[in-house]
Ligand binder design. Structure first.
Ligand SMILES: [Cu+2]
Length: 204
């Protein structure tokens, strides 16, 4: 390669390959191909879970216009019904019987998977929720009709468990609160001290 500059070779190569000759005699330069997110797919199109708490892992793949996977794209996951399944980073967790659609979104692209929760075993008659600083864990609870949920405070800040109707807790930093659910349905609650600190109880 002595005396033959590699850049010169590269430039010559590009010129030789680039574009075609237009009828007017000029040349049309070929634009370098910039990968653009073009499609998104989810690893499974449908999932069936058979008990609350069971998880399934989904993967979303974003591809560019030539079909090559793009690994650095941000994907957000949402569930159409968090009373049925929740989803975080592709991990789907069953909450209660029902069906829901899980959507993976990246920019303007989205893909969907249908998820069914079909539990053959009855929901438990008791459940426990931990009241941490600014989050209920778990945020979604399922119990049988007539069952009881007990919340236990473990954070350092003041919180409460406030339902839209019926019995709610005091605002406190420790202790517990229990409520028995004698009607079927889905009951959402929140901590009125911290906006966004929410949970739900599903009574089957
Ligand atoms: Cu709170």
């Amino acid at each position: 390669m002595k005396g033959f500059h590699p850049i010169a070779v590269l430039l010559f190569g590009l010129t030789a390959c680039g574009g075609g000759t237009s009828p007017s005699g000029g040349t049309t330069p070929t634009q370098p191909v910039v990968p653009v997110p073009t499609s998104i797919t989810i690893s499974l199109s449908s999932v069936t879970l058979t008990s609350p708490g069971e998880v399934a892992s989904l993967t979303a793949t974003v591809k560019d216009q030539s079909g090559a996977p793009m690994s650095s794209q941000t994907v957000t996951w949402t569930s159409s019904d968090e009373g049925v399944v929740t989803v975080s980073s592709g991990t789907v967790t069953a909450v209660a019987n029902g069906s829901a659609t899980v959507t993976a979104t990246s920019g303007s692209l989205s893909a969907q998977a249908s998820v069914k929760v079909e539990s053959s075993s009855p929901p438990p008659s008791t459940a426990n929720v931990t009241v941490n600083d600014n989050v209920f864990n778990p945020s979604a609870t399922t119990i049988a009709l007539g069952g009881q949920v007990t919340w236990t405070w473990s954070g350092s800040q003041q919180h409460n468990v406030t339902f839209q109707s019926g019995e709610s807790s005091a605002t406190q930093t420790s202790g517990t609160f229990s409520r028995t659910f004698s009607a079927a349905g889905s009951f959402s609650y929140q901590c009125t001290v911290h906006s966004g600190m929410q949970g739900s109880v599903s009574v089957d």
